[in-house]
Design a binder for this molecule. Structure first.
Ligand code: NAP
Length: 344
């Protein structure tokens, strides 16, 4: 995004949260002008002041957003707030980019990873959904492989940071870790069990019909929608680990044709949004926290079947898994602005 008098006006809804704060940090690093930015939250954060590029911006209560409808509203709050925003901004020309799960599977709403299906933005849709963070990192990493070798099925185990559950998840890990070291107990509030010094299946509700939890169901349905392959075979197991920030995934792919480690590296080298891990240090989530790319390491091919490959992938889920992906969507919508005839 270039910085000029034609910079769009952007509202961040949920500016006090982890994703909202990350979006602000990315905009600040780009030098996006404070005068084009407004911040919103619930009555809990309304009135709080946020430092942005040396200027103080006050968070306003969300119902005030219609006083000055922005060109873009970056929704960094929960699904109910996203629905509320869509309703109150329906009579305006604001384009909404939503980080929540509210509309991801709505047929009429594009679900976009710019590196994968960014062409859906060329018609400048009025509402765009950001996929789940685990889906974003999975498909950003494997779409370049799919293009060359054809992915027939995906098995993936996730190792998800507690900050995926928002600021309160991170606070819970800190509080429980301190308590445990001090030989005290701290009851879980956000997660079903203690998150310090343990791992557990993702806390989202289990679908009794299939046994998959909510996070796993999102990965299956969203991957099928983004690749436009309703029959895509995806088998996820989603797990929480006591990591502050950035997720990891062990991904096993069945391909349509044989491959080699070198061929897979070649497919991934230079792919947008992807970086091949280099060096002797093991690739870890903590190591890549705060960076933009989806990082791929430990590429292996089954010695007994060269159509089966395994990858170890890490990605900052607050950045590329949410705030950065949303801002890349905004960038692409801005790029499309001059060529667009009408909004849809
Ligand atoms: N954390 C991640 O890694 C991640 C990754 C991908 C997607 N997401 C999605 O991104 C969204 C934000 O996640 P987060 O991690 O940033 O959560 P968070 O840290 O808990 O922040 C939630 C934000 O939503 C705001 N909010 C809540 N109710 C509101 C209301 N009625 N009106 C206006 N604002 C309201 C909160 O403002 P107050 O302070 O005023 O309550 C807060 O700023 C969620 O939908 C989440 O599922 C998160």
């Amino acid at each position: 995004m270039s910085v000029s008098a034609t910079d769009p006006t952007i509202a961040i809804v949920g500016a006090s949260g982890l994703v909202g704060q990350e979006a602000l940090s990315i905009l600040a690093s780009r030098g996006f002008p404070a005068t084009r930015l407004t911040l919103y939250g619930s009555e809990r954060s309304a009135g709080q002041r946020v430092e942005y590029c040396g200027i103080t911006i006050e968070i306003r209560q969300l119902n005030r957003i219609t006083e000055q409808p922005p060109e873009y509203a970056l929704l960094c709050a929960d699904a109910d707030t996203a629905k509320c925003c869509r309703s109150i901004l329906s009579g305006t020309s604001t384009i909404l980019i939503d980080n929540s799960s509210a509309y991801r599977l709505d047929e009429s709403i594009p679900l976009v990873i710019p590196e994968v299906n960014g062409s859906l933005l060329e018609c400048r849709p009025r509402f765009v959904a950001n996929p789940n963070c685990s889906t974003i990192m999975l498909l950003t990493a494997i779409s370049p492989i799919h293009e060359v070798f054809g992915v027939r099925s995906i098995s993936v185990t996730t190792y998800q940071a507690v900050s995926g559950a928002g600021a309160s998840g991170l606070e819970e890990l800190h509080a429980q870790t301190r308590a445990r070291i001090d030989d005290q107990s701290q009851e879980p509030r956000i997660f079903p069990v203690s998150c310090a010094f343990d791992v557990f299946e993702h806390e989202s509700a289990i679908d009794p019909a299939t046994g998959f939890n909510g996070e796993e169901c999102k990965m299956i349905a969203e991957s099928r929608k983004i690749w436009d392959e309703p029959g895509l075979r995806v088998l996820p197991t989603c797990v929480r680990v006591p990591v502050e920030r950035a997720h990891a995934q062990a991904i096993m792919l069945e391909l349509s044709r044989e491959t080699s480690v070198e061929d897979l590296q070649e497919a991934l080298r230079g792919a947008p949004g992807v970086r091949l891990h280099a060096g002797d240090r093991p690739l870890t989530p903590a190591q890549i926290a705060g960076t933009d790319d989806v990082v791929v390491g430990r590429i292996r091919v089954d010695p007994d079947d060269a159509r089966r490959a395994i990858l170890w992938v890490c990605c900052d889920q607050i950045r590329k898994g949410a705030a950065l992906n949303a801002l890349q969507i905004l960038d692409r919508l801005e790029d499309a602005r001059s060529g667009s005839l009408a909004l849809h």
